[in-house]
Design a protein. Structure first.
Length: 278
């Protein structure tokens, strides 16, 4: 997949063509250019800057796979002035986007040919959703895919229908879902994601992609190491630290690295070489 050659700091004008309510505070927005075509090409794990003149701008993960050719999708949680504005928008609304930003997951590098373990919590499924769908559309290039995903409640599970009715039906693919507390109407696993990993005991030969709240990442990393996983096998994304997206504001620097330019995707052995600021 080739990246767009246009400079990522030049905004595109897009139009919302569909809005799907995923959870009480997460919506998925389908966006095209004003010409009705996809805005730009990207790699799974890359981001875009959502710009709302007079309101602000916000870094968001591109949720759709590059293999989706008709439009781009962004699953966005309402958690600030920009995203609150977006959640009030309607189909037909024009928005500005800069992208693609960042390096993306190494789907044609370190992940290719490997068994893949995806660990995500809450809205953390959005960045890895692109990776999973990319691997589904190039199934012959990847081994087993195991997804371990959790949220506070059933209502907070993002894209649950797709996981159960599309991903789960793919060959050599397993989907393990948990919610924090038992509730009426839920007959699946109950508990937090890190202990669930211990119960499932994934094969330590798999390559891992993790995304979610910092506490989930921290606890899951310790459990994975106890199971025999090495730092170089584990990748995560750190787009939460990104601000300007072009390496100028300095907000995302960790040592001599800039998350928006050198990341947001890093392996944990790469992070281990940096100052403990993350």
């Amino acid at each position: 997949m080739l990246m767009e050659t246009k400079e990522s700091f030049i905004p595109y004008v897009g139009k919302i063509i569909d809005i799907k309510q995923e959870t009480p505070d997460v919506k998925t927005f389908s966006v095209v250019g004003l010409d009705g075509k996809k805005l730009f090409n990207h790699i799974p794990g890359q981001c875009a800057m959502l710009i709302v003149p007079g309101v602000g701008e916000s870094m968001i993960s591109i949720t759709s796979s590059p293999t989706l050719e008709s439009h781009m999708e962004f699953s966005i949680k309402k958690c600030g002035c920009v995203t609150e504005w977006l959640h009030s928008a309607e189909v037909g609304q024009q928005i500005c986007l800069r992208g693609p930003i960042g390096n993306g997951f190494p789907v044609e590098g370190a992940l290719k040919g490997k068994d893949i373990l995806v660990i995500a919590g809450g809205i953390g499924i959005a960045p890895v959703h692109s990776v999973v769908n990319y691997m589904m559309d190039h199934r012959e290039n990847y081994g087993k895919i195991q997804v371990i995903y959790g949220a506070r409640s059933k209502a907070d599970l993002v894209r649950l229908d797709e996981m159960q009715n599309v991903w789960k039906k793919q060959p050599n693919c397993s989907i393990d879902i948990t919610i924090d507390r038992a509730e009426e109407g839920w007959d699946g696993h109950v508990g937090f994601v890190p202990p669930f990993i211990t119960e499932l005991k994934p094969d330590a030969g798999m390559t891992v992609i993790m995304c979610g709240p910092p506490i989930l990442i921290h606890m899951s990393l310790g459990i994975l190491k106890d199971l025999g996983f090495k730092d170089e096998q584990i990748f995560t994304t750190m787009e939460m630290r990104m601000k300007c997206g072009i390496g100028k504001c300095g907000r995302c620097n960790i040592g001599d690295k800039f998350v928006c330019k050198d990341g947001p995707v890093f392996s944990f052995d790469q992070l281990g070489e940096l100052p403990p600021e993350y």
